[in-house]
Design a protein around this ligand. Structure first.
Ligand SMILES: [Fe+2]
Length: 77
């Protein structure tokens, strides 16, 4: 991380990493239905199913990260 990319000091490194990763998960989840529709439009059921599975995995990851954030909030650590 360079000086210009310094994280806000109100978050620990762990909290910051959780927020950044949650952002990535949510950005993917925002787009993935379009990927599935594209695959279906092209008749590629294998690709559509792969994105459905990835979506389910990423939803689990996003929930895990959200719970970690809630834990931080509850414990004020
Ligand atoms: Fe993930």
């Amino acid at each position: 991380m360079t000086q210009s990319q310094a994280r806000p000091t109100i978050l620990s490194d762990c909290q910051y990493n959780i927020v950044k990763q949650l952002e990535k998960e949510l950005q993917f989840l925002w787009c993935v239905d379009g990927y599935i529709k594209d695959a279906e439009k092209e008749g590629d059921s294998k690709c559509a199913e792969a994105f459905r599975q990835i979506k389910a995995d990423e939803e689990k990851h996003a929930k895990m990260l959200k719970e970690l954030l809630s834990d931080f909030q509850r414990s004020k650590r």
